[in-house]
Structures are given as structure tokens and as C-alpha cells.
Design a protein around this ligand. Structure first.
Ligand SMILES: Nc1nc2c(c(=O)[nH]1)N[C@H]1C(S)=C(S)[C@@H](COP(=O)(O)OP(=O)(O)OC[C@H]3O[C@@H](n4cnc5c(=O)[nH]c(N)nc54)[C@H](O)[C@@H]3O)O[C@H]1N2
Ligand SMILES: Nc1nc2c(c(=O)[nH]1)N[C@H]1C(S)=C(S)[C@@H](COP(=O)(O)OP(=O)(O)OC[C@H]3O[C@@H](n4cnc5c(=O)[nH]c(N)nc54)[C@H](O)[C@@H]3O)O[C@H]1N2
Ligand code: SF4
Ligand SMILES: [Mo]
Length: 690
């Protein structure tokens, strides 16, 4: 028997991007472990990826190309050859492109975060074709935009520094589920005497383990941050030198914060005046003592109407108290901006023959149902889906499913499994998993580049995404040499060698070692040098004014809440959020039996008062509904959900739920204040006993 250990990287949409060691015996992957030497992985994996072989060798893995024989959505398919699959797709795309290539839309997200199996060969192919561009907004663009206006780029406190923080605000994040290796750092900080405070409408697994939990109403975080500023300014808990040297617009911000008295803040956020005062004082006084105060803000705050402003307001706090002076102080939303990716080489936007329109992935439901018009352009006639499961994860699912069910729409899905989306495909193509292909990774929760070596041969006839687009390019006569590059050649171009942070990137060395840190300073903004136009932390943003936005951080109320929309709340009085389950990764892993068994079935957490008012007892089935749709779940009567809030942990495969539906039946396609992102957590519903 030959046993080898292969260095790999976790491909999933998780900030932690773990370094993996795959044990391979005679060509079979036996075990996937965390690399003990990698400084953030530290030999630890989450339960999902610790069982990666179970997913890889799952009996339902797609191994052959398939053609649909039943109705769309029904899930009946027959096996065809790769030759037939590629020629069918090429013929259909060629015919559509002859009239208008913009009628073709790629639809992809972060099923794999790899720079090769994500947007490299695929992007080249769609660019050359002149297909519609896709605005990839479904997760993070609201917060990223708010952060960029304020700090300048997605750069913040290095995760490896958090051990030394003395106060950590975990704001709109549930790291025990979604950012485990940050939680390990927060635990270490706690052992060294740090205080942890969770700010979350729900008593999540994480909130339960923090010293304090402040249960704000969904979508009120900008108000809380402005209220904190009010107290910091009123009680002079400021770092005046840092503000003078490294910020822009303090006088205007001071005037804005003056409007947010502790009383108004508390009423808006649904918390007590003492909580507002206590939080601001603890933050300001800890910093005043010269200790490191850090904020881990996460994406939970920005899935509401005012999501961009929420992150922006929170991102102003560290500069006010001079927290950036410490390597262990400041704020982190995402580390992705540290990586100097070579997108020009990977994606070849220079191949575009035209300036195609852009379709927002977050409104795919409406857009699939839209006819041709001068505003919109051609109707969408072909959809190529890879690394994504929109029928389960996109908002307002009834519309999404209706769009995918269009008989005249030609849909191709590249997948590992027969997902809710694959059920609507005309052609399904079997994709390789991370153990079967080569890739290179950046991360959004740490500062390491990682290599993924292929550990095993592809299962059945599965092919990497890149190979599918290579074959399609050849079939459609695209002869640019970039369409013949191997995955290794693509990976070798992933990072810029003319950039100081990635100048030392060397693909061959990375493959051997597994990981390599970016050249980043430990305390990125200790001396200012923010990557904004002014070089300062911009409390006041001229760019926002130009974009027609409020130049100062502001509280934008939810579209749907009791306070902002009382007429709607009269019918649908409960706010619903649907953040991720610990044992799923978005909709990935829901079909892995052992992980699904841990989560059981779709649940709805509801406060005892709200349950009693509806005659709902713990364990009973309830129907959750609004004007957009309805789904059922088993009620868990618990004060983890604050009064007025219901929580349906997600994202379930619709077809694995008893009613064939999930929480996205009731979410809306309305967009955030900036970044054109979805508002999953800005949803009012009513609940009734089934
Ligand atoms: N196990 C697991 N890990 C994951 C994922 C997964 O599905 N499962 N998904 C991955 C992906 S794609 C992402 S984007 C991240 C997401 O992970 P996070 O960035 O942590 O964001 P969410 O899980 O959306 O929400 C985190 C917390 O925010 C709370 N929240 C909801 N609305 C509000 C609000 O208005 N204000 C505040 N303060 N809090 C609010 C929720 O109750 C939840 O506990 O995790 C990644 N990691
Ligand atoms: N209600 C509600 N909805 C949500 C969210 C929520 O919190 N609540 N979260 C939102 C967020 S933050 C996000 S990021 C989106 C996530 O939405 P998606 O990015 O669509 O993520 P997944 O649902 O995990 O689906 C990814 C799919 O890619 C496939 N895949 C993985 N690797 C490969 C590969 O190499 N090749 C191919 N061809 N396929 C591959 C997987 O099998 C999986 O089916 O969902 C959003 N939807
Ligand atoms: S999903 Fe996240 S925590 Fe789990 S192995 Fe992958 S990167 Fe690590
Ligand atoms: Mo996400």
C-alpha cells in the first residue's frame, strides 16, 4: 500500500480558508485534516470538512453528463456522453450569440473560492462570448462598499493579533459556526483576560458564550454605532491626536452623532439606555487605558436595507478611540483586500468584444421573468450555473423557481450533486471536487495564499470547471492561446509579482509548502495611511456625496420592520432572519446525511411570548408566511430569539424539507443602500400553527 499526504486548501466560502492535509492510500482519500503548522488553521477543522471524504465519495455524486427528460424541476435525467453534452451546449450558445450574446448569462458564486475553478477559464469564455456580466452581490457587497468608503479597502486587523485584544466586540457574526478559527483566537484572548461582547438580535451559539450579549433589533446597528459615538464624544473618550492626524470630517460626524442620544438609540435598537452607555464606556475607557479594543464585524449586520451604512458607522469607531495604534486593535470585516490578485491575467476582461450589460445575481428571480425591453436589453435565454445553487439560496425563491421553470430558457448546471438548481437544468455536467483538481486561494479571514494540489483522480467522468470551459471554447472556435492554458499555468498567474504584498508569490514553492503569508504590516493603520482618496479614515465621504448618498454615516431603517412599516407589520408582525446553520455551508453539505442528522430538520426559533400569542407549543409545526410565499418548520420555543423576532437557521435544500420549500420563500429581492446586495434579514412574516 502506498500512503501519501497531499497539501490542499479548503475551498468553501468561509473566512478561514484552512490549510488541509489529505491522506491518500492507493489513490483513495482516507482522511482530511487541518495542517497543524499553518498559523491560523492550527490543525483544527470544522465538523463539515473534517468529514470531507463522506461528501467526496457520497453515493449521489454526479459522475456523468446528464440530459433532462422530465419537466423542469422534476429531476428526471438520462446519461449522455461528454461529446454530446458539449456539442449540444455549443450549438445552443452559438445560435443565441448570433442574435445577441447578452441573452446568455453566467451565474456563479463561491461554491469554491479557488481562483482557478472560480472565475478564470469561465470568465475568459464568457468575456470572449460577450455574454452579460454578472454582478456578484449575493453575500458581501453592501458591507464591503460601506467599509471601502470609510477605510478604503477590505483590510483590517490581522486575525493572528486578536489573541492580544482586551475587548472584542463580535458584531453581527456567529464565529463558532461561521469563522471557527477566529473564535479560537477570541477564546485565547479571553483566557488572557479579554472581555467578549456579542451584538446580535439572536442568542447565537457565539452570543451564548460571550460575557455579554446585546440583542439589538435587526437592521439597527448604525443607530447603535452612532449612539456609541454620541457617548464617546460627550464623555470625551476620544483619541484627539489620532483624529486630528488620520481622519476626515470629525466636526461633521460630531454634529451627526449629537442627534443620537442614548435614549433615542436605545428606543431605535430595542435595548436599554444602560446597554448603550455601558457599551460605549467600556469601549472608550478600555482604549483610554491604552489597551487594545477590537471589533470583528461580520456579514450578519449588512443583509438589511441599511447594510452598507451599518458597516460604515461601525468602521468609524476604531479611529475615534485610536484603536488602530495597536496591532491587536481596530476592526476586521474582510481581509480580502490585502491580496493583490492578478485578475487581468486570470479573467482576461480584454477579450470582451463589446460592453455588455450587467445583471445583478440578487434579483435573478425578477430578471429571468423580464421580457426584452430597451432598458433591460434581450430576455435571458441561456443560463450557465457553476459554483452556486440559486434555486435554494437566492431571495424570493418562488420567483426564482418560476424563472428557472421557463420552458424557453436553456440552462446548464455544473455540479457535484443534483441540487434544487440542477433539477431545472437542460444539461447537468459533473464537476470535480477540491480533492480532484488543482487550485490556488486567497482568503477573507486571514493573510495567507494557499495552494491546493489534486489528491485523487476525478470520480467517474467528472471534470474541473476549467476543463468544461476549455472544451466549450474549442467547440465554439475560440482560438486565443489563453483557452489552452492548463490549471497549473493559470494558478501561476494568480497573484501580482509587481505588488509589494505578493511580490514573493511563487507557484511551485507554494505547491510544496502549502501556504505563504502576504507581506503586510502588523498594525496596518497605526500611522494612518488609509487607502482612501484622502489617505485618512473618512468619517465624511465626498465619494458618497458624488454617488448621491449621505456623506456621513446614517441609520437607514429596514424596509420591513414594526417601526418603519407599521402598515405591513399589522399583517406580518414578526421580523425573520435566516442565518447559517453550523453544520451546513450555505446550501452545501445539506445532503451529507451525518451533518443533516445533526441539524435534524428545518426549525423556527420563536420567543415564548410570541409562541403563546399564537397557541404554538414547542415542537409543533408552524407555517411562516407573507405576501411573497410560505414555508413550514418545526417550532422551537426559546428565548434565544428576542420577542418580535423569529429565526430559521439556513440554507436548507428545498427538496430535503417536508414541504419542498425553505426560508427564501419569504425573503425579498429589495436591495441594500449600497452595493446592490440582498436584504435577507429585512423580512416581516406571520407565523401560524399548521
Ligand atoms: N458553518 C457555516 N459557516 C459559514 C457559512 C455557513 O453557511 N455555515 N457561510 C459562510 C458565508 S458565505 C458567510 S457570508 C459567512 C456568514 O457568517 P457571518 O458573517 O457570521 O454572518 P451571518 O451568519 O449572516 O450572521 C451572523 C449573525 O448575525 C446576526 N444578525 C442577523 N441580523 C443582524 C442584524 O441586523 N444586526 C446584527 N448585529 N446581527 C444580525 C445573526 O443572528 C447571526 O447570528 O459565514 C461563512 N461561514
Ligand atoms: N435565506 C438566506 N439565504 C442566503 C443566505 C442566508 O444567510 N439566508 N446567505 C447568502 C450568502 S451569504 C451566500 S454567500 C449565498 C451562497 O450561495 P452559493 O454560493 O450558491 O452557495 P451554496 O449554496 O453553498 O452552493 C454552492 C454550490 O457550488 C457547488 N460547488 C462547489 N464546488 C464546486 C466546483 O468546484 N465546481 C462546481 N461546478 N460546483 C461546485 C456546490 O456543490 C454547491 O451546490 O447564499 C445566500 N443565501
Ligand atoms: S469550512 Fe471554514 S472552518 Fe471549515 S475547514 Fe473550511 S475553511 Fe476551515
Ligand atoms: Mo456569504
Amino acid at each position: 500500500m502506498t500512503t501519501t499526504i497531499v497539501r490542499a486548501a479548503c475551498p468553501h466560502d468561509c473566512p478561514d480558508t484552512c490549510a488541509l492535509l489529505v491522506t491518500v492510500e492507493d489513490g483513495v482519500a482516507r482522511e482530511v485534516k487541518g495542517d497543524p503548522e499553518h498559523p491560523t488553521t492550527k490543525g483544527v477543522l470544522c465538523t463539515k470538512v473534517a468529514r470531507y471524504t463522506e461528501r467526496t465519495y457520497h453515493r449521489d455524486r454526479l459522475q456523468f453528463p446528464l440530459r433532462r427528460v422530465g419537466k423542469k424541476g422534476e429531476g428526471k435525467f438520462e446519461r449522455i456522453s461528454w461529446d454530446e453534452a458539449i456539442s449540444t451546449i455549443a450549438a445552443r450558445l452559438t445560435a443565441i450569440a448570433a442574435v445577441d450574446p447578452q441573452a446568455i448569462l453566467p451565474y456563479s458564486y463561491a461554491g469554491t473560492m479557488g481562483l482557478v475553478q472560480g472565475e478564470s477559464m469561465a470568465a475568459r469564455f464568457f468575456h470572449k462570448l460577450g455574454a452579460s456580466l454578472l454582478d456578484r452581490t449575493i453575500c458581501a457587497t453592501a458591507g464591503a462598499t460601506g467599509y471601502r468608503y470609510t477605510i478604503g479597502a477590505s483590510i483590517g486587523t490581522d486575525i493572528e493579533q486578536f489573541d492580544n485584544s482586551k475587548l472584542i466586540l463580535i458584531w453581527g457574526g456567529n464565529p463558532i459556526a461561521s469563522n471557527l478559527h477566529f473564535w479560537m483566537r477570541a477564546q485565547e484572548a479571553k483566557r488572557r483576560g479579554a472581555r467578549l461582547i456579542a451584538i446580535d438580535p439572536y442568542r447565537s451559539l457565539t452570543a451564548e458564550k460571550c460575557h455579554q450579549h446585546i440583542a439589538v433589533l435587526p437592521g439597527t446597528d448604525a443607530a447603535l454605532a452612532l449612539g456609541m459615538m454620541h457617548v464617546l464624544i460627550a464623555e470625551d473618550l476620544l483619541d484627539h491626536d489620532y483624529i486630528a492626524a488620520h481622519t476626515l470630517g470629525f466636526a461633521q460626524l460630531k454634529a451627526r452623532a449629537a442627534e443620537w442620544t442614548p435614549e433615542r438609540t436605545a428606543a431605535t435598537c430595542g435595548i436599554s439606555v444602560e446597554e448603550v452607555l455601558g457599551l460605549a464606556r467600556e469601549y472608550g475607557q478600555t482604549a483610554r487605558r491604552g489597551e487594545a479594543v477590537a471589533i470583528r464585524v461580520n456579514y450578519g449586520v449588512q443583509r438589511v436595507h441599511g447594510g452598507g451604512n451599518a458597516v460604515r458607522a461601525i468602521a468609524c469607531l476604531p479611529a475615534l478611540v485610536g484603536a488602530w495604534r495597536h496591532a491587536a486593535g481596530g476592526i476586521q470585516l474582510s481581509a480580502s483586500g490585502g491580496f493583490a490578485k492578478n485578475e487581468a491575467a486570470l479573467q482576461r476582461a480584454d477579450l470582451l468584444p463589446n460592453s455588455p450589460r450587467t445583471i445583478n445575481m440578487s434579483t435573478i428571480g425578477d430578471d429571468l421573468l423580464r421580457p426584452a425591453s430597451p432598458d433591460f436589453g434581450p430576455q435571458i435565454q441561456a443560463l450557465i450555473v457553476y459554483n452556486a445553487n440559486p434555486v435554494a439560496v437566492a431571495p424570493e425563491s418562488p420567483k426564482v423557481a418560476q424563472g428557472f421553470a421557463r420552458e424557453d430558457l436553456f440552462t446548464v448546471v455544473l455540479e457535484h450533486f443534483q441540487t434544487d438548481t440542477a433539477d431545472y437544468a437542460d444539461i447537468v455536467l459533473p464537476a470535480t471536487t477540491q480533492l480532484e483538481h488543482v487550485d490556488v486561494h486567497s482568503a477573507y479571514g486571514h493573510n495567507y495564499m494557499l495552494a491546493n494540489n489534486a489528491a485523487i483522480a476525478p470520480l467517474g467522468e467528472a471534470k474541473p470547471n476549467t476543463e468544461v470551459f476549455r472544451l466549450l471554447a474549442a467547440a465554439m472556435g475560440f482560438d486565443d492561446p489563453c483557452f489552452r492554458e492548463t490549471d497549473d499555468q493559470i494558478a501561476a498567474q494568480a497573484f501580482r509579482k509587481d505588488h509589494e504584498r505578493t511580490i514573493h508569490f511563487d507557484w511551485d514553492a507554494l505547491k510544496r509548502k502549502g501556504w505563504q503569508k502576504l507581506a503586510m504590516p502588523a498594525a496596518p493603520f497605526a500611522e494612518g495611511n488609509f487607502p482612501t482618496p484622502s489617505g485618512k479614515c473618512e468619517f465624511y465621504s465626498a465619494r458618497m456625496l458624488e454617488a448621491g448618498l449621505d456623506p456621513l454615516p446614517t441609520h437607514v431603517p429596514n424596509y420591513e420592520s414594526v417601526a418603519s412599516n407599521p402598515a405591513l407589520a399589522a399583517k406580518y408582525p414578526l421580523a425573520m432572519i435566516s442565518p447559517p446553520q453550523r453544520n451546513f455551508l450555505n446550501s452545501t453539505f445539506v445532503n451529507v446525511e451525518s451533518l443533516r442528522a445533526t441539524e435534524g430538520e428545518p426549525h423556527l426559533d420563536i420567543h415564548p411570548h410570541d409562541a403563546a400569542a399564537r397557541g404554538v407549543a414547542d415542537g409543533e409545526m408552524v407555517r411562516i408566511f407573507n405576501d411573497r410565499g410560505a414555508f413550514v418548520a418545526r417550532a422551537r420555543v426559546t428565548d434565544k430569539a428576542r420577542p418580535g423576532l423569529v429565526v430559521g437557521l439556513s440554507v436548507w435544500w428545498k427538496k430535503l424539507a417536508s414541504d419542498g420549500k425553505n426560508a427564501n420563500e419569504v425573503t425579498s429581492q429589495r436591495l441594500t443602500d449600497m452595493g446592490r446586495a440582498p436584504t435577507f434579514y429585512d423580512t416581516l412574516v406571520q407565523v401560524e400553527k399548521v
